[in-house]
Design a protein around this ligand. Structure first.
Ligand SMILES: [Zn+2]
Length: 178
């Protein structure tokens, strides 16, 4: 049986810790980058091509005092994640859909009977099996999760990446506090 005191404490805590979410729109807030990529298994998208990407994020949790998280901190975390991808060729670093050969300063990618050579510094090796929007969203969610593990008020995050306005994929991740 719940004692009156426990009930009052629970009511007080629910008032103090208000559940909410905070969101940043990538197009409006300039969380954007441009990159080239290819999807080996797809007829049209297997050709090397590029997109102007935007990354939007939402974090869920409980407000305590003024903030769930400072907007500027969250934006900075996303900028730190996407800046290394900007103006690079996104190459999946996992899986066997492509063959990757590296020299000190060059990278050769082979799939579907064709071969492309890039300067190593122009390539970003993704920790993912492809550079589809779905895999990119999961990759970015994992990256952001690593930065938010110490935010005890945040319980879940969502990352959406669009290859153009209105066309993209989102990934959700529960925050495991470290
Ligand atoms: Zn594409």
């Amino acid at each position: 049986m719940i004692s009156p005191w426990s009930f009052q404490l629970a009511s007080y805590m629910l008032r103090k810790l208000r559940r909410m979410y905070l969101t940043i729109d990538g197009w409006e807030s300039n969380l954007r980058f441009s990159a080239a990529h290819f999807i080996p298994s797809h007829t049209k998208c297997s050709r090397l091509h590029g997109h102007d990407y935007a990354v939007s994020v939402t974090v869920f949790g409980s407000q305590e005092k003024e903030f769930l998280i400072d907007f500027l901190d969250l934006k900075k975390y996303v900028e730190d994640i996407i800046t290394p991808l900007d103006h690079r060729v996104l190459v999946p670093g996992k899986g066997d859909s492509i063959r990757r050969e590296f020299t000190e300063d060059q990278c050769r990618i082979t799939y579907g009977g064709k071969s492309m050579m890039f300067w190593r510094e122009d390539v970003y090796l993704l920790d993912a099996e492809s550079s589809s929007s779905e895999d990119m969203a999961s990759f970015l969610a994992d990256q952001l999760h690593a930065k938010l593990r110490n935010y005890r008020k945040i319980t879940k995050l969502e990352v959406c990446i669009e290859e153009g306005p209105g066309m993209g994929a989102c990934a959700e991740k529960s925050v495991q506090h470290g």
